[in-house]
Structure formats: structure tokens, C-alpha cells
Write a protein that binds this ligand. Structure first.
Ligand SMILES: Cc1cc2nc3c(=O)[nH]c(=O)nc-3n(C[C@H](O)[C@H](O)[C@H](O)COP(=O)(O)OP(=O)(O)OC[C@H]3O[C@@H](n4cnc5c(N)ncnc54)[C@H](O)[C@@H]3O)c2cc1C
Length: 289
């Protein structure tokens, strides 16, 4: 499998990269780790006339804690750097865990968080948990930058609101009163397999009462899906086994899965029911984010 011909650009600054993307137009694509875009090109699913590499853009790989306790994750941070980040291990170990469930070591070494999001693949592992954690994203283009909730980014399979001249530069997770979060993925193999269904949960508990719950479903709708009815039924309630069971059923009814090679819609709906219950119990019981 050979790569088709393309022009290659490796700009030194963000503004140069955005200007190039605008000038070259829709035939130009960004490359970060290349784990996804290069396989699509080799499989002749994508024929960009130009590739704009983020390789020489500095400052986009950092994972840091700001003085206001915001956690910033650079879009070029690799999955393995998420796993190894002392900041995330301390503040959001669920993210280290989610990254660990992805792909294999080679892909985790070069695949980036930004690429995982901009791909907008419904089964991608990081979007559900980042949305559950209330992450915002920064998009930088020729006309300046915009910051928006990650939840508003996706519009369909492989589709998002990113503009041709924009680059995703970072994720911002603001300090909040969460007491637990987790991500559970069901895949057909233990490693290197995409999710058949996945559930991310973030909760704020006060004793046994749920003050806030965010439940985000992966691989069971065209975009990562908030199970808002299930969230509402938990808010302000004492947690019981029956309530968690019910929340699982409600989340399942909210999912919109398709049948494909990895599983039928019916199977996926049942997975959502079970995984939601398990994820809620884990996030509530573990007592750390
Ligand atoms: C063997 C294998 C296993 C995999 N397993 C998993 C898995 O278990 N779970 C999972 O979720 N994914 C998996 N993937 C998919 C992929 O590796 C990840 O989504 C990865 O995070 C993509 O990041 P990348 O940097 O390699 O993206 P690239 O291939 O460089 O880019 C992907 C897309 O995003 C765009 N892009 C990248 N960065 C930016 C940016 N900062 N701003 C604007 N646009 C950008 C590119 O133009 C392209 O359209 C797997 C892939 C392989 C090859």
C-alpha cells in the first residue's frame, strides 16, 4: 500500500499553519501523529493534495496545571503522555485510564488527543470522558481563536464544526466539584480494538446523595451522546442499586445505535444499560476523579 502523491508543509508557527490551511483550501489536511490520516490515505479513502504538519509547532504537547486549577492538555499530547502525566494522575486519573484502554503501545506513542477528537469517529475513546469532565476546546484560525465546550464540537460521524483554517490547540478542564469519574469500554478484543459501546461518567456526590451526574455514551450514536434523562433522574437523589439499574435502562433508551460488523443495535443497547450501571457504581464508590 503506497501513499498517493501530496505536497508537504511543516510550518514553524501556528499562524503560518492556519494561513497555509486557508490558502491551500479544502484539499489540505492537518497531520499530527498520522495514525489515522496515513492509514486512510494508504487505504485510498482520502486523497489530500497537501498535508500541513503540526510537527514544529511548539507548546502544543504540554499537560499543565494552571494557577486557577484549570488543567490544560495540548492537542499534540500523545496518549502515552496522558498516561504518564503527573498532573493527570493527580487530578484526573480516569483520563490516564481511558488513554490506557486505547489502541496499542505504538499507536499510543504517536497518536494525539487532538487527532482523536478532530477525527470525530463515534467509537473514539477520549471524547466521552472529556465531555463528562466538562472539557472545553480552543480552536485557532486566521481570524483569531474561539473556546467552546467539546460537547458542541461534533456534528456527525467524521464531521465537526472545525473550519478549514482552524487548528485545535488545547483542551481546558476547569476545576469543579466532582467526586468521581470513570470510562468503561467494551471492545471485541482486550487491546487494539475500537469500542462496540462505551460509557463515561462524572459525578459529584455528597454523602450518598448525587448532586451532579454527567453520563456520556460512545459508539452508540452518530456523535458522543449525553444521556440527559438518566443524568436528571439521578440528580438530588439518594443512590440505591435500584436507581442505578433504572439509570442504566434510561440511558439505554436514549442511545441511538446502529448494527454493524462489531455488534447489533440491540446488543449495543444492552451494553449501554450494563455499562452505565457499572460506570456509575465505579465513579460513586471509588471517590476520586
Ligand atoms: C491500530 C490502530 C488502533 C487504534 N485504536 C484506537 C482505539 O482503541 N481508540 C481510539 O479512539 N482510536 C483508535 N485509533 C485511531 C487513532 O489512532 C486515534 O484516533 C489517534 O488519536 C489519532 O491521532 P493522530 O494524532 O494520529 O491523528 P492524525 O492521523 O494525525 O489526524 C487525524 C485527523 O485529525 C486531524 N487533526 C489532527 N490533529 C489536529 C489538530 N490539532 N487540529 C486540527 N486537526 C487535527 C487530521 O487532519 C485528521 O483529519 C487506532 C488507530 C490505529 C491505527
Amino acid at each position: 500500500m503506497y501513499l498517493p502523491d501530496f505536497e508537504y508543509y511543516a510550518p514553524a508557527t501556528l499562524s503560518e499553519a492556519c494561513e497555509l490551511l486557508e490558502k491551500l483550501g479544502p484539499g489540505a489536511k492537518v497531520i499530527a501523529g498520522g495514525t489515522d490520516i496515513l492509514s486512510k490515505m494508504k487505504q485510498e479513502l482520502l486523497f489530500p493534495k497537501a498535508i500541513v504538519s503540526l510537527k514544529y509547532l511548539s507548546g502544543l504537547s504540554e499537560i499543565r496545571l494552571e494557577s486557577n486549577n484549570d488543567v490544560i492538555i495540548g492537542a499534540k499530547a500523545t496518549h502515552n503522555s496522558l498516561i504518564d502525566s503527573p498532573v493527570l494522575q493527580e487530578k484526573y486519573p480516569s483520563l490516564c485510564n481511558a488513554a490506557h484502554q486505547m489502541a496499542n503501545n505504538q499507536v499510543r506513542n504517536i497518536g494525539t488527543v487532538g487527532g482523536n477528537i478532530v477525527n470525530a469517529v463515534p467509537s473514539a475513546d477520549l471524547p466521552p470522558l472529556l465531555i463528562a469532565l466538562g472539557a472545553k476546546i480552543k480552536l485557532v484560525g486566521t481570524n483569531g481563536e474561539r473556546v467552546l465546550p467539546l460537547e458542541d464540537f461534533f456534528t456527525g460521524p467524521n464531521e465537526s464544526i472545525i473550519k478549514q483554517d482552524e487548528i485545535l490547540t488545547e483542551f481546558i478542564i476547569s476545576e469543579q466539584s466532582l467526586t468521581g469519574s470513570t470510562y468503561i469500554k467494551f471492545a471485541l478484543r482486550r487491546s487494539g480494538a475500537l469500542a462496540v459501546a462505551s460509557v463515561a461518567v462524572a459525578v459529584a456526590m455528597e454523602g450518598n446523595t448525587c448532586r451532579k451526574a454527567r453520563i456520556v455514551l460512545g459508539a452508540v450514536a452518530p456523535i458522543p451522546l449525553r444521556a440527559k434523562k438518566a443524568e436528571e433522574m439521578l440528580t438530588g437523589k439518594e443512590i440505591t442499586d435500584e436507581l442505578l439499574e433504572e439509570a442504566g435502562s434510561v440511558a439505554s433508551a436514549e442511545s441511538k445505535p446502529i448494527s454493524d460488523i462489531r455488534g447489533s443495535a440491540e446488543y449495543r443497547r444492552d451494553l449501554v444499560r450494563v455499562l452505565t450501571r457499572r460506570a456509575l457504581r465505579k465513579a460513586i464508590n471509588e471517590g476520586h476523579v
